[in-house]
Design a protein around this ligand. Sequence first.
Ligand code: 5GP
Ligand code: ZN
Length: 112
Amino acid sequence: MSDCLFCKMVAGVIKPDVVFEDDNVLAFRDINPRAPVHVLVIPKQHVPTLNELANPELAGQLLQAAAAVAKQEGLADNGYRVNINCNKHGGQEVYHLHLHVLGGRQMAWPPG
Ligand code: 5GP
Ligand code: ZN
């Protein structure tokens, strides 16, 4: 996926502000943060949207990484939000699956 922005981050061609990494998952700060803490958690393999996430083990790894990032960022006690935007109506802009970890302020519900 040479034309995928997040695959370029996994490959090290573009260097984001990484906060967590293991064999399967990379997490880095969003370039346009919508909250005091805004981290994106992505699978290292290219999965375009949540619709194509077929591997339950990877799904669990992504969720556990999101929780680990939240804890690492000091969000666990006050709370935080994990969000996945899927396709057009979900507001997805980058077509490499990512979990938004948002915290550090009160979140509104429902989101706009
Ligand atoms: P989506 O709308 O697809 O769910 O979210 C994409 C996110 O990627 C947005 O929050 C946007 O700010 C973030 N983003 C887009 N380009 C870059 C980039 O080059 N670096 C980083 N760190 N984040 C990006
Ligand atoms: Zn990709």
